[in-house]
Design a protein around this ligand. Structure first.
Ligand code: PRX
Length: 652
């Protein structure tokens, strides 16, 4: 493995297994043949504006037709300019007008086991009422509403109500601290806060309103706060500022026509962490985002009206926005929504719910899959999961071991797995297998969706050859793309468009294999450079995790006088005790799997890895720990700070 001068990244992961869809699955799929898929891709390539224009016309409702499909000025893009539409209308009214008002939109289950079901008509009614509540508090087009709520139907209702009246929602995951809420509220200049008294998590009540009270002391622009009663915990209500959700709803009228909005009107802001630690508010615009999430939901999940679809994400993340609320509902899908923890009251909660509700599609994260593996197969074996027909993953690369477990244990070897690559910024899925067409390879997100044109470039901006890693960019605009960073357009231009002129820079490394399949190699910042060889963290991690005693691993580089960087790996074990012997065994294992170059210099055992609240490993912190430095930077998104304290006190 020699290091090319252009700074390409060495590929050390070999995965040859291939899993084609069954004939039965392909025969019933919306897109069931390579010819059909190729024809779509070809049409999108030859005539992108015709392709998107036609879909925009067909799939969305227009109060006023658009006059153009795409307008571009430098790195600023407008999709469907001149048109007026409404995303909430497309999700609710359009389905009701199509005769599906009595279809179930949301089946919800709370952590304590309470359930609720809302039809499209029922959801429409609640959304209209809540839209009137917002209006009665003075919220109008372009106002920002900050949402810090549990995973209840009201969270979706609140998002849709904002969309209905042209308010812009900023959903903040209900695990963030008061300081993080205030930062986001101030950046967005939010005018109203939505929250609840509390939420249930592993049988306990987390007092959300208390956190919001503290946040609002530092959120000067927020004048009103609406509180949903969920956990019945004691809260303090500030007169004139705080209102009970149910009291306002009791007074609200049911009639609230959807506001015709410009195609490019901001639908929402969603804050995501940036490399500097200062969160950035990613802006998504109404029409393009709506079309993107609707199309990708149909293509990737092969959605059918009788599916019971479950995406386990929280609406506080982009996955919840795009694949719990906007994508599925604009298709008229029935969405299952769950409030709580996957291991409450027992580690079989997910499987128990899938069996009881007979869910057909499961879309979850690799971090959850690794947790299930660690908890033990007995929790899965107790349940009949035969209702499932399709599985998906999102959020990070899935190591082949976890993929195989998901395929065998959860999918009973019959469900295709869609490993979906995308980002908050892309609005929806960009690369993924099409389940009726693509033969999958464990760990690869396979190929691009119609209209998506990925390119992989080296440091001199030349395309890399197959097998070599480089910067993943997207060459052509797509309707779901971000439109900017709230209040900081220069940062948007600088971060996504400056380094590679004319192409969207994803910030990920990737490689393409001899069959044209894409393999994501982690964030550009996560590359380890050992003796001039650039290794991707995910490949070292995958090798370690393929050892029977390893539950999870995170690899980082630390400065090394001799080699430039040395590899440090943080490992949590399963079914074994940390020992010097195991440490040596793991080093041998990596030597065997990848080669001597990738053998870690340090292996540190830990009970758990520090993760963001969305489940991503915080390598930035691990890099500091491995280097023996004080951890610097923002830890506001860290899920469990005690993990960090333990890792620091375990320094070798
Ligand atoms: O590094 C990629 C990783 O997650 C990043 C996007 O994170 P976020 O904006 O929080 O959105 C997560 C939900 C879409 C990407 O830049 N990532 C996401 N999906 C995958 C992935 N890495 C590998 N494989 C995936 N399927």
């Amino acid at each position: 493995m020699s290091q090319p001068e252009t700074g390409q990244i060495a590929n050390v992961m070999q995965e040859e297994r291939l899993f084609p869809p069954s004939e039965e699955f392909s025969a019933a799929a919306r897109i069931g043949s390579r010819e059909q898929y190729d024809a779509l891709c070809e049409r999108a390539k030859q005539d992108p504006e015709g392709f998107w224009g036609e879909l925009g016309q067909q799939e969305l409702h227009w109060f006023e037709p658009f006059t153009k499909v795409l307008e571009q000025q430098g790195s600023d893009f407008s999709w469907f300019p001149g048109g007026k539409t409404n995303v909430c209308y497309n999700c609710l009214d359009a389905n009701i007008e199509a005769g599906n008002g009595d279809r179930t939109a949301i089946i919800w289950e709370g952590e304590p086991g309470d359930t609720r079901t809302l039809t499209y008509l029922g959801l429409h009614r609640e959304v209209c009422k809540f839209a009137n509540v917002l209006k009665s508090l003075g919220v109008g087009v372009g106002d920002v509403v900050s949402i810090y709520m549990p995973m209840t139907p009201e969270l979706a209702i609140a998002m849709l109500a904002c969309a209905r009246i042209g308010a812009i929602h900023s959903v903040i995951f209900a695990g963030f601290s008061a300081g993080a809420i205030a930062d986001r509220n101030n950046d967005a200049k939010a005018v109203v806060q939505l929250t609840s008294d509390g939420l249930f998590r592993r049988g306990k009540v987390l007092p959300l309103k208390e956190t919001v009270d503290e946040a609002l002391e530092q959120s000067a622009t927020v004048g009103k706060c609406i509180v949903l009663r969920r956990a019945e915990n004691e809260v303090s209500m500030t007169p004139g500022r705080d209102f009970w959700w149910h009291e306002l709803m009791a007074e609200a009228a049911e009639d609230c026509p959807a506001e015709p909005l410009d195609s490019e009107a901001d639908l929402f802001i969603l804050y995501t962490s940036g490399s500097t630690g200062k969160p950035k508010g990613i802006r998504h615009a109404a029409a393009g985002y709506n079309l993107w999430t609707k199309m990708t939901f149909q293509w990737v999940f092969d959605w059918r009206p009788d599916d019971l679809y479950w995406c386990t994400a929280d609406c506080g993340w982009i996955t919840g926005h795009s694949y719990i609320v906007y994508g599925p509902l604009s298709c008229g899908a029935t969405v299952f929504m769950y409030e709580g923890a996957p291991n409450h009251p027992a580690p079989d909660r997910f499987w128990e719910m899938i069996e009881r509700h007979k869910l057909t599609i499961l879309y979850t994260a690799p971090t959850a899959i690794r947790a299930f593996i660690k908890w033990g197969d007995e929790h899965v074996d107790k349940h009949d999961l035969s209702s499932l027909r399709l599985l998906g993953t999102v959020g990070e690369g899935i190591n082949p071991e976890a993929w195989i477990w998901y395929h065998e244990k959860i999918g009973n070897k019959k469900c295709p797995i869609v490993d979906t690559w995308w980002q908050t910024e892309t609005g929806g899925i960009m690369m993924s297998p099409l389940p009726g067409v693509t033969a999958t390879k464990p760990g690869s997100c396979t190929t691009a969706l119609p209209g998506v044109v990925p390119v992989i470039l080296d440091e001199s901006l030349m395309p890399v050859s197959p097998g070599q890693g480089g910067m993943l960019c997207i060459d052509k605009p797509w309707p779901g793309m971000l439109r900017g960073i709230w209040g900081d357009h220069d940062r948007y231009l600088d971060q996504y468009w400056a380094k590679v002129p004319g192409k969207y820079l994803t910030g990920d490394n990737a490689r393409i294999d001899q069959d044209g399949y894409y393999w994501i190699m982690g964030r550009i910042d996560d590359v380890i450079n050992v003796s001039g060889h650039r290794l991707s963290t995910i490949e070292v991690e995958s090798a370690i995790v393929s050892h029977d005693s390893v539950a999870e691993a995170a690899a980082v580089g630390r400065p090394d006088d001799l080699k430039g960087q040395a590899i440090a790996v943080f490992v949590s074990v399963k079914g074994a005790e940390p020992s010097e012997e195991l440490r040596q065994e793991l080093k041998q294992h990596v030597r065997k799997e990848i080669g001597a170059l990738a053998v870690p210099d340090d292996i540190r055992f830990t009970d758990a890895l520090p993760k963001t609240r969305s489940g991503k490993i915080m390598r930035r912190l691990l890099r500091d720990i491995a280097a023996g430095k004080e951890t610097a930077g923002d830890t506001s998104t860290l899920e469990d700070l005690s993990v960090l304290a333990k890792l620091q006190s375990n320094q070798e």
